[in-house]
Design a protein. Structure first.
Length: 240
């Protein structure tokens, strides 16, 4: 078997083949990567945490090694176990997605992270150490560093959505008139059916900042803080 992975080339032939040493190395890397990713998700109180990430990645790594053994031993040309793991992990990831009462989707990042972690497990199981390490570092950056950049860009965007709770439905025209005076355009208003019997009038409102002054000097947080001062607004927050 030709060794093309740089780390395998450095370690020697034993790391590229299915040997006792390479099995421990691959499973060890898999557990380390998935544990770090799982801790990152668990620290933010997401549904899929440490154990889920570790189990999914472990299963994927074992599937990769099993397929590698079958291909090398019996000459199979299709990694059918790995394909089944990818499909199963994608199906499992969907269970992490939750639709909240505020018409928002939660768990989407955790869902795709779980799927990506399974791919990393497969990569490690096949002995692609370099790809696995680089992929792990990039994925970790996507989860821990990039969200800060994303929040900054979203807070400076001219378009945003809010979750709005008014004391009664008769206050909606007053609210619409006020935000237009502030230099905002209403793109869409949708009543939230989850609150129909709560006694509150709850809406999802899509807004666009039209005023040049607001675009230059105000963030979404500052605009929402100004809306909170309205006496007929019970609660308001940006939907992320």
């Amino acid at each position: 078997m030709n060794i093309i992975d740089p780390i395998s080339n450095l370690l020697g032939n034993w790391s590229a083949e299915i040997t006792l040493g390479s099995i421990f190395l691959r499973l060890g890397l898999t557990m380390l990567f998935s544990a770090i990713l799982g801790c990152e998700r668990a620290s933010k109180r997401h549904s899929a945490g440490l154990r889920t990430f570790m189990i999914v990645s472990l299963a994927a790594s074992i599937a990769g090694m099993a397929d590698m053994f079958l291909i090398n031993t019996f000459g199979l040309s299709f990694a059918f176990i790995s394909v089944a793991v990818v499909i199963a992990s994608a199906s499992l990831s969907n269970s992490s997605i939750v639709f909240t009462a505020k018409n928002t989707i939660k768990g989407l990042t955790t869902s795709v992270s779980l799927w990506a972690c399974a791919i990393l497990g497969l990569s490690t199981g096949f002995g692609f150490y370099t790809i696995s390490i680089i992929g792990f570092l990039v994925l970790l950056c996507c989860l821990s560093i990039f969200p800060r950049i994303e929040r900054y860009l979203k807070n400076r965007s001219n378009h945003f959505e809010i979750h709005l709770e008014l004391d009664n439905k008769n206050s909606l025209p007053r609210f619409m008139a006020t935000i237009r005076e502030l230099g905002l355009r209403i793109d869409d208003i949708e009543i939230n059916s989850a609150y129909l019997n709560s006694g509150l009038s709850v809406y999802t409102v899509a807004l666009t900042i039209k005023s040049e002054e607001l675009k230059k000097y105000k963030t979404h947080n500052e605009i929402i803080e100004a809306m909170k001062s309205l006496d007929y607004v019970n609660h308001i927050e940006e939907m992320r």
